[in-house]
Write a protein that binds this ligand. Structure first.
Ligand SMILES: NC(=O)c1ccc[n+]([C@@H]2O[C@H](COP(=O)([O-])OP(=O)(O)OC[C@H]3O[C@@H](n4cnc5c(N)ncnc54)[C@H](O)[C@@H]3O)[C@@H](O)[C@H]2O)c1
Length: 460
């Protein structure tokens, strides 16, 4: 089948190369000239495990190509995926400008009986808006369907190739059979194809992300209570995650959810609810709790050292919003680094893959970068862990101790054992667990809200 993917970002590039691997002839189009030029020269614009091999292999076989000519991509297609961005507008609702622009181009060039597939995450009703936009520019018959994407960055290729399920909102038999043909190579092991109406498919994507975000915020609130009461959130997580009704996923307390999807999708669903006069109280609480959680590390740091951090120097391990990606959109690392800088501190950071993105877009020249994680520690008053990359989990503690000016760690990902840190002579602050305090004793934490230790000076 001739497939065109409009928008060659995280989703479009993964979808396009996986569909090419599945035997289709795929054209990936984007209006970003530089991105397409780099892709045509074999340079992958994002870090995603396994994607470079998939792209180069399918480029070489001729099943995958990249172009900036959206119209040409549309004219040759039997199926068109719209995978452009839907960033938050000022009021939090999904900005549909890119989607509708793509729809207009489709309307100008579409050939008969093409299926237009909404891959971007869009509010209920958007696929119908796309249908109207196309229909306003052509008399050619065409089909529209909603096929939300559930891949997660860091494991996107695996998620697309072996999906838990494929959700598809359709309103015509022809669309259904075209979608079955496209996805046939990826659902062979019995993972279900779930057909439904278009509105329900659009809602399913938002409901899924909202449910996952709810679990995270719930555990972050339980973590705060654990710190006050002397319970350990890691034990609680294991205790409840083994309950089949609950399951173990998305129960890790930390520094709040980030990335390009959860924050914007939760806001967009709240806006949809507002528009329809429904008060999504649970989701509002999830969102507010997450906003507060993003400041948990800076609150702990300022509680330990005071509000004014002038003259202090901190190391940050991890910039990406999660491991195995270089995506820093809404990353918790940005919240803590910007707060440190505003409080007068200097920062040296490391990330295995996201340092270029940080330098180019998010942090520019505001901080220093270490050639490895150990270099960031030289003269450091505190190490802050914001992304749980595997390589940070078993550091050489003798090197860490030698480099740091003060052996203090603020761990936003709970990657170390407090008892071991205590034995190694560190002050160790983590999320929802015993804090190994400055006098080397385990204690219930009251360092979370800054109330008890805020009188300490920068000098510690
Ligand atoms: N990133 C994820 O993990 C993920 C997962 C599931 C769903 N989604 C959803 O998929 C959609 C795309 O997300 P993304 O992360 O890939 O975005 P992205 O910003 O990485 O990529 C979007 C691309 O679309 C291009 N574009 C914009 N307008 C265009 C047009 N008219 N014609 C051609 N190209 C155009 C942009 O240049 C950009 O390269 C969003 O709705 C997002 O919510 C994302």
């Amino acid at each position: 089948m001739e497939v065109t993917v409009i928008g060659t970002g995280y989703v479009g590039l993964v979808v396009g190369s996986c569909l090419a691997e599945g035997g289709n002839r795929v054209t990936c189009v984007d209006i970003d000239v530089d991105k397409i030029a780099r892709l045509n020269s074999g340079e992958i614009s994002i870090y995603e495990p396994g994607l470079d091999r998939l792209v180069s292999h399918n480029l070489a076989s001729g099943r995958l190509r990249f172009t900036t000519d959206v119209g040409e991509g549309v004219r040759t297609a039997d199926a068109i995926f719209i995978a452009v961005g839907t960033p938050p507008g000022e009021d939090g609702s999904a900005n549909l400008a890119f989607v509708l622009e793509a729809a207009r181009t489709i309307g100008d060039h579409i050939r008969p009986n093409t299926v237009v597939i909404m891959k971007s995450t869009v509010p209920v009703g958007t696929s119908e808006m796309v249908r109207s936009e196309i229909a306003s520019r052509t008399d050619t018959p065409f089909y529209v369907c909603s096929n939300p994407e559930f891949l997660k960055e860091g494991d996107a290729v695996g998620d697309f190739m072996y999906p838990d399920r494929v959700v598809c909102g359709v309103d015509a038999d022809e669309t259904r059979s075209r979608m079955e043909e496209i996805y046939e190579p990826f659902v062979r092991s019995g993972n279900p194809f779930i057909f439904m109406d278009i509105a329900s498919a659009e809602m399913t994507k938002y409901a899924a992300n909202s449910m996952l975000a709810t679990r995270i915020s719930f555990m972050n609130q339980i973590a705060e209570l654990c710190e006050r009461t002397g319970a350990d959130v890691e034990m609680v997580r294991r205790g409840i995650g083994s309950d089949k009704r609950i399951g173990p996923s998305f129960l890790y307390a930390g520094t709040g959810y980030g990335g390009s999807c959860f924050p914007k999708d939760i806001q967009a669903l709240m806006q949809t609810a507002d528009d329809f006069g429904v008060d999504l109280k649970v989701l509002r609480a999830v969102h507010e709790s997450n906003d507060r959680q993003k400041t948990v590390l800076i609150r702990k740091i300022q509680s330990r050292f005071g509000d004014d951090l002038s003259g202090m120097h901190f190391s940050v391990w991890g910039l990406a919003f999660k491991p195995e990606t270089d995506d820093m959109r809404a990353a918790p690392s940005l919240t803590v680094i910007n707060a440190l800088l505003e409080s007068g501190a200097t920062v040296c950071a490391h990330d295995p893959v996201a340092m270029n993105v940080a330098r180019e877009f998010h942090l520019k020249n505001t901080i220093d970068y270490g050639k490895d994680e150990y270099e960031t520690l030289i003269g450091s008053d505190g190490l802050i862990i914001t992304t749980e990359w595997l390589q940070y989990r078993r550091p050489d503690w003798s090197v860490v101790s030698k480099h740091m000016a003060r052996k203090i760690i603020f761990d936003g990902r709970n990657i170390f054992d407090p008892l071991r840190m205590e034995a190694l002579g560190f002050e160790y602050y983590s999320i929802g667990r015993y804090q190994v305090g400055s006098i080397g004793q385990r204690a219930r934490s009251d360092i979370n809200d800054g109330s008890s230790n805020s009188s300490r000076s920068n000098g510690g």
